[in-house]
Design a binder for this molecule. Structure first.
Ligand SMILES: [Fe+2]
Length: 311
């Protein structure tokens, strides 16, 4: 159609979309076009602002490499990842769910470990942490034989794939639930960490006067046939960034209880000084087993990165 005024643009684009053979594509793109055009009308987007926005989207792509995903970071920083998670779990958002953000650092195929084993693979500071976790279905029945992948940042605030100093697969491991739906492992207590701010996400946070910290957490991904793959995190209850997580990941249900033990015998004889324990139970929802697409694929080389903390 020939466009005469501003009012003709949206119907023209929507009319062309009618040719698309894929119904879902047509539905998603039509809504996207309507909201995008309405957004520009609502804020009366200027030409300068539009050019800045185009440069910004291009910068997200340029900043993304095989060891860093700026797009995932951006989505989390806008709360979009959390929205998608909660819309797609807990019966379409109707009931509370244990599902949570995948984050950018998951790697598939971490080493299979025996229950109780340690996932510390290179010298890593920080107090010992002993974790016991249970996986149950909605009827409180144990889920036996689920593969449970664990990963977390080092107490210095880096995942091994962004930190050349750590051994390959440090602080990662895969455990299999026993007949009680239980796994156990040893690690070190995770610390909160800053998300990188040397790209477009940093610009966004600075423009909003936001800090770039995530509260300390463990990542968990559990999968077994017959269940929707559970992607989740367990947050440390006394972290000062719980309410202002830069990625909006914290839900009330996923605040854990990391118990500090000042003295007394630890579960392993080599532990000296205070140590921590965590017990947590997860509910797996019915559905189909599907692994996510890994947001990054490589391991960082060279020196340990320096990531500033925004106040
Ligand atoms: Fe994380």
């Amino acid at each position: 159609m020939i466009i005469e005024t501003e009012k003709d643009v949206t119907p023209a684009v929507l009319a062309e979309l009618q040719r698309a053979p894929d119904g879902r594509f047509k539905e998603v793109m039509s809504a996207f076009i309507r909201h995008l055009h309405d957004f520009a009308r609502e804020v009366r987007l200027t030409e300068e602002e539009f050019q800045a926005a185009a440069a910004y989207v291009a910068a997200l792509g340029k900043k993304t490499t095989e060891t860093h995903n700026e797009v995932v970071l951006m989505s989390g920083s806008l709360g979009f990842s959390q929205l998608i998670c909660l819309l797609n779990n807990g019966q379409g958002g109707e009931i509370e769910t244990d599902a949570n953000l995948l984050g950018p650092f998951w790697r598939p195929n971490s080493p299979r470990m025996a229950n109780g084993a340690s996932i510390v693979r290179s010298p890593t500071p920080g107090p010992a942490l002993f974790v016991s976790a249970w996986f149950r279905d909605r009827n409180n029945k144990p889920v036996e034989g689920a593969a449970v992948e664990i990963w977390h940042s080092s107490p210095e605030g880096f995942y091994e794939n962004q930190d050349p100093v750590q051994a390959d697969m440090n602080l990662r491991g895969t455990f299999v639930t026993d007949k009680d739906g239980h796994i156990a492992f040893r690690s070190v207590k995770p610390a909160g960490y800053p998300i990188p701010v040397d790209g477009p996400v940093g610009e966004l946070l600075r423009a909003q006067g936001r800090h770039n910290m995530r509260p300390a957490h463990l990542h968990v991904l559990a999968h077994r046939e017959g269940f929707k793959t559970l992607v989740t995190q367990v947050y440390v209850q006394d972290d000062k960034f719980l309410e202002t997580d830069a990625q909006f990941g914290v839900t009330r249900r996923l605040i854990g209880n990391y118990v500090r033990h000042e003295s007394g015998p630890a579960p392993a004889p080599d532990v000296t000084g205070p140590w921590y324990s965590l017990e947590h139970a997860f509910v797996m929802e019915p559905g189909s087993k599907r692994l996510p697409r890994a947001p990054i694929s490589g391991k960082a080389q060279g020196e340990r990165p320096k990531i500033p903390h925004l106040a």
